[in-house]
Design a protein around this ligand. Sequence first.
Ligand code: ATP
Length: 197
Amino acid sequence: MSKIYGLTGGIASGKTTVLNIFIENGCRVYNADEIAREVVEIGTPGLAQITASFGDDILMSDGNLNRKKLSQIVFSDKQKLDKLTDITAPLIRKRILQIVENVHTLKDNLIYIFEIPLLFETNYQPYFDATISIFVKSDIQLSRLMKRNNIDGQTAKNQIDSQMPMEEKKKLANFVIDNSGDLDELKSEIKTLLKNL
Ligand code: ATP
């Protein structure tokens, strides 16, 4: 039977990098950010609900959701953010669960990995065969985030501190990938992990 694992990790911990290595190793991958975009595509009930709540001004001229405008609106208004979450969270959950259920009916014996940044915070762990957290030493996480986003240390630290601590994600997971080393080390960590999944 096919297996599906939930993958998570903090900001700039290496989730995208890790997913790509899983693909190189023959795994099939999904990610929650993609699902979040799918459920508000043109013609979806999700987009209809958003325009009903936020008005047609939230659309671009081609009918697509103006994500930048929407994130600016909800960034400074907690009530509007809650409204948006009330619309999108159930749609995202429903779609993720459909995918997980579908994978469990497959007999291709492949390993499926589902990246969900807020996997533990939003309680997705019961749906997966097991969970995997990416761990990275905090000074390395900070420097990778600063470099990738071209931001100063304090801004990066604030972003990291607003999330569930990495140590906690590590404790909650069934498996841990340590991404504190270089890419070759990460690749061999993942190869070893795949033998145990
Ligand atoms: P986000 O939280 O923003 O979605 P992420 O968890 O997907 O980020 P990545 O984008 O994969 O993280 O990695 C963050 C940065 O760190 C990227 O610039 C990436 O190239 C770099 N990086 C990741 N792993 C390593 C590694 N083992 N060695 C060197 N650089 C790395």
